[in-house]
Design a protein around this ligand. Sequence first.
Ligand SMILES: Cc1cc2nc3c(=O)[nH]c(=O)nc-3n(C[C@H](O)[C@H](O)[C@H](O)COP(=O)(O)OP(=O)(O)OC[C@H]3O[C@@H](n4cnc5c(N)ncnc54)[C@H](O)[C@@H]3O)c2cc1C
Length: 425
Amino acid sequence: MPDADVIIVGGGLSGLSAAYKLASIGRNVILFERGEYPGSKNVTGGRMYLHAIKKLLNIPVEQMPFERFVTREVVTIMDEFRSFSIELNSYEKGKYQSATVLRAIFDKWFASLAEEKGASIITKTKVDDLYLEDGKVKGVIVANEKITSNIVLVSEGVNSFLPLKLGLRKEFEANYLVTSAKAVIELGEEEIDKRFNLKKGQGMAQIFVGMTKGVTGGGFLYTNRETISIGVVCLLESLVKNKTSIADIFEDFIYHPVLEKILEGGRMLEYSGHLIPVKGYSMIPKLVYDGLLISGDAAGFFLENGPIFRGMDFAIESGSLAAEAIEKALKEGDYSEKKLSIYLDLLNNSFVLKDLKRYKNVPKVMQNERLYKLYPSIINEIFYDFFTVDGTTKPSLISYLKNKTFKHINPIVILKDIVQFLLYS
Ligand SMILES: Cc1cc2nc3c(=O)[nH]c(=O)nc-3n(C[C@H](O)[C@H](O)[C@H](O)COP(=O)(O)OP(=O)(O)OC[C@H]3O[C@@H](n4cnc5c(N)ncnc54)[C@H](O)[C@@H]3O)c2cc1C
């Protein structure tokens, strides 16, 4: 008899979703988490799109430990001294589609729900390897000891090394990964409401572009209840090419005149860094093997679509679908790759692979370096001039564009960028 029906590696949102679902139907589940507690090692921006967690837990989102419900979306295009913002406010009561979240709080709570259902969550324990018999996965190795199960679910996040060892994926290249620097800054609930023009419980998600000095990347700011999460994300390859570091970009960002004002008097509580897989559909590894499945970031399920970052809803849904596939295999006592491939069918019919396929060319559009310096500075200059009245008569729009825009960039290149944007987004 194996030690468990299922062993789950990693207690992030994906592993916890699978543990919750399998334990709810009475399966014997052991989840290993290397952190002190679930959430302790998880870096997220973070705003969670709520649809997947609502479906899985089936309780009102107001009863989940979110920070604030996002009612205000802002996209800010910056240059060295200026910023231009587009804003959407939505106050339809009870129609929240996303919420800000602190993973150290949320994941801990989610783990307690899974434990109530009967899952064994073993923290401060790193899985070192997979245990194989006759080439089939039959468990894991922890501190030189083998712990056996019928099926192993790998949900160990972006640094996932177990599938690499099994040859299910290749080493990531620098243009597959974005690195991040993020801080949590305490401002106090009232001050956040005041500074960001929010009412109690309302939240803001703001994305910044143009502040990375030409490096492919951007910034984010999410309001939590008493703190804000602020950070930058940059493509590793582009940082190397531009001979700079994520720490430098982050520092310049928080000292930008626009941010300095917002952060005034804040106290930094946390600073962390993490990787994000950004190649979307094209970086998905082989997801199924005899006795093994992969979900969440470990499976490359992340989508950056302009100002929209999505990893958490993919992690929850893929963990939940992995649990469904595992349950079918357990019922039939067949843990072969063929049987477990039902997971692929479930993913293909879900928003996870549908959305990743739909936006599979977006990473290519997002890697256009002109989006990160040239276009933001042109946009700011155009709007600055538009709002300037200084006693000089302005030229016609066409001669203005000729002088200001086409001086910096060939109009054919602009046209090509617009066509690429329309075709691939
Ligand atoms: C800066 C930043 C901003 C982001 N912003 C957003 C956002 O706004 N919205 C959004 O939806 N997504 C966002 N994401 C992505 C999101 O955080 C991830 O997609 C999501 O956390 C993936 O969940 P997961 O469960 O697959 O992996 P993780 O949350 O990374 O969990 C993996 C867990 O496995 C554990 N682990 C790893 N290896 C082992 C091992 N060998 N043994 C035992 N335990 C192990 C880790 O400690 C960790 O707890 C952001 C990511 C970053 C870095």
